[in-house]
Design a protein around this ligand. Structure first.
Ligand code: RIB
Ligand code: CA
Length: 342
């Protein structure tokens, strides 16, 4: 049933684009006008390579960085590395919040390594950060954007967008949709028994975002834990035999070790890249509109996303919760796009 909702949304989006194309005689389908907010992070880098390798569908305006997996200086350097490896140095990188809104900062160096990118040699990329911070960039861009024209993909804690919303609530006018990697419902968390890392790292920010009323889509652990690497899938990437595929292989081989050991599974998730795959091929995914509440109370449920999947409370639906995805379709898409890079 809900797969049909997603396919209907995709069909409607395509019909709308078709009508726009026929009306304007436009050749290419309308691109997604996109800002990627990120805390690279191994899976963030894979997501950035996938996005930057897809210029026909995604017009990436900028990358905005946030502290999360590692400190801000390292997430910002790693975002610039991904940009360089994708050959897309025209895309600006703005550094954002160095710490969460209220809680004490936490990091995930145990998973991503001290530099936030185990498996590869990190170095200072040629091109630097843009002047100015990400929060001001978000405010300036969203306040001057066409109404509801910009999609924001959030691959880390939601601190940057939350601070921008607090400073200038009017930015909602420029937002089309916010697509978030985060949260967990059906099978528990990855940083506590109930919380997923991005939400746990800044639940107050997630509360600000959900209360803003913007169109929200969540890709939680419910779906990312169904899209796992395997020997065969890593081999299909390695067979591309270019720098991008080599780096992704080295990054993923290191990154998935933690999850494989923790969950006793034969492969690991590539969480953040699912957000980009959803933007590129939503038909690979399914979910349903839900009411989601973020728990920011100190205690065992801190950072939990409480999802009313069966609409028990008949509360307003404030997010689209993606619960399943086509794993092989994801890896085929990732492989096909990495083949485009050097
Ligand atoms: O829980 C997974 C999420 O936390 C991913 O975004 C990963 O990069 C970390 O930020
Ligand atoms: Ca991330």
């Amino acid at each position: 049933m809900y797969r049909y909702i997603l396919e209907l949304r995709h069909l409607l989006r395509s019909l709308l684009l078709l009508s726009v194309m026929t009306a304007t005689g436009a050749q290419a389908a309308e691109k997604i006008d996109l800002i990627i907010d990120t805390d690279p992070g191994a899976d963030d880098v894979v997501a950035l390579l996938l996005a930057l390798a897809s210029p026909d569908e995604l017009s990436v305006r900028a990358l905005t960085t946030v502290a999360g997996n590692v400190r801000l200086d390292k997430t910002s350097r790693n975002a610039r590395l991904a940009r360089e490896w994708a050959g897309r140095e025209e895309v600006p990188v703005y550094a954002g919040a160095p710490k969460p809104m209220m809680r004490t900062p936490i990091y995930a160096e145990n998973i991503h390594g001290k530099e936030g990118l185990s498996g590869v040699t990190v170095y200072e990329p040629k091109k630097g950060l843009e002047q100015g911070n990400a929060i001001d960039y978000l405010i300036d861009t969203l306040m001057s954007a066409r109404p509801h024209s910009i999609t924001i993909a959030i691959l880390g804690p939601q601190t940057n967008l939350a601070l921008a919303l607090i400073q200038e609530p009017g930015i909602v006018q420029g937002i089309n949709e916010v697509v978030i990697m985060g949260g967990a419902h059906f099978n528990g968390g990855n940083i506590t028994p109930v919380a997923e890392f991005n939400l746990f790292a800044d639940p107050h920010a997630a509360e600000v975002v959900v209360k803003s009323g913007v169109k929200l889509t969540y890709l939680p652990l419910d779906v990312t834990h169904k899209i796992l690497t395997s020997e065969a899938r890593l081999k299909q990437i390695a067979a591309l035999n270019n720098n991008a595929s080599k780096r992704v292989g080295e990054i993923l081989n290191e990154y998935v070790k933690g999850d494989m050991e923790h969950y006793g599974i034969p492969g690991g998730p590539v969480h953040d890249a699912s957000v980009i795959a959803y933007l590129l091929k939503p038909e690979l995914f399914s979910g349903r509109p839900v009411n989601v509440v973020i728990d920011s109370r100190e205690g065992p449920t801190f950072g939990q996303t409480i999802v009313d999947w069966y609409d028990t409370l008949k509360a307003p639906k404030n997010a689209f919760w993606v619960e399943s995805g086509d794993a092989q379709g994801f890896f085929d898409l990732l492989t096909e796009r990495l083949a485009r890079l050097k």
